[in-house]
Design a protein around this ligand. Structure first.
Ligand SMILES: [Zn+2]
Length: 250
């Protein structure tokens, strides 16, 4: 077991502290073996850990995060959102999912709304500070979107960026966290416009064949082609977009 798979309580600092206390090689070995056994007991195969921290708690937005959202709630959202992703992607067992050991959130003094890099979600404290309305609900929705980026396949980097963002908003939509300012079904100019436009379109595609988004995501593990739409639904994506617009009078 590699060091990086220890739970977060076992930092390098605590390990070096232990080893300086125990000079004999055999003692060091015993301590390491004990730690490995502890880690195995605490984290059964396939278990995912979730953690959240506020690194901007001195800023106005960071203070608002602590007051109206909180790290304990955010950590639960990461867990719930991950379960939502596995449900949408029809991945009941860890073996079928992207291999992710930990999902982390850091609230930071950065611009924009949020971004996800690898398994780490970064949320802008400034953004949280500027939300009008229900802060907790809006942050929850953003976290559902970002958590999807952790779990979705991206076609080995070849997938259409609009589709990636659309799938992330689709998971947010299905969880009931679509905000009021989103486009309505049938609105938008292109299927791959991204975000809410593509999420609404994917919802239409999924209505034609329930589980469509799960099949599409599964195909995106190894690469990407617009032909995936035709392979699953029997119609190419441009035709599907025309049918979708027509359904809503567009
Ligand atoms: Zn995104």
């Amino acid at each position: 077991m590699a060091l990086h798979s220890f739970p977060s309580c076992c930092t390098d600092h605590s390990l070096s502290q232990l080893s300086s206390d125990c000079d004999e090689m055999t003692m060091r070995h015993a301590v390491v073996v004990a730690l490995v056994l502890l880690a195995v007991a605490a984290a059964p195969a396939g278990a995912v850990t979730f953690s959240a921290k506020n690194a901007a708690s001195s800023t106005a937005g960071g203070k608002r995060f602590d007051r109206e959202v909180g790290t304990a709630y955010a950590r639960k959202v990461l867990s719930d959102a991950s379960s939502s992703c596995w449900k949408v992607f029809k991945q009941p067992s860890s073996g079928s999912r992207k291999p992710v050991a930990a999902v982390t959130l850091a609230v930071e003094d950065i611009g924009g709304v949020a971004f996800t890099s690898g398994d780490g979600i970064h949320l802008s404290a400034k953004y949280v500070g500027g939300i009008t309305g229900d802060v907790k609900k809006e942050v929850t929705g953003v976290l559902y979107h970002e958590t999807t980026h952790v779990w979705q396949w991206n076609g080995q980097g070849q997938a259409n960026g609009g589709l990636i963002e659309g799938i992330a908003d689709y998971v947010r939509l299905k969880a009931g966290y679509a905000p009021g300012h989103w486009v309505k079904p049938g609105q938008g100019d292109r299927w791959d416009q991204g975000y809410d436009v593509t999420a609404r379109f994917l919802d239409y595609c999924d209505s034609l064949k329930p589980g469509f988004v799960a099949l599409l995501n599964a195909k995106m593990k190894g690469g990407y082609s617009d032909a995936f739409f035709a392979q699953i639904l029997g119609k190419n994506v441009q035709q599907l977009w025309k049918d979708y617009k027509k359904k809503y009078g567009g």
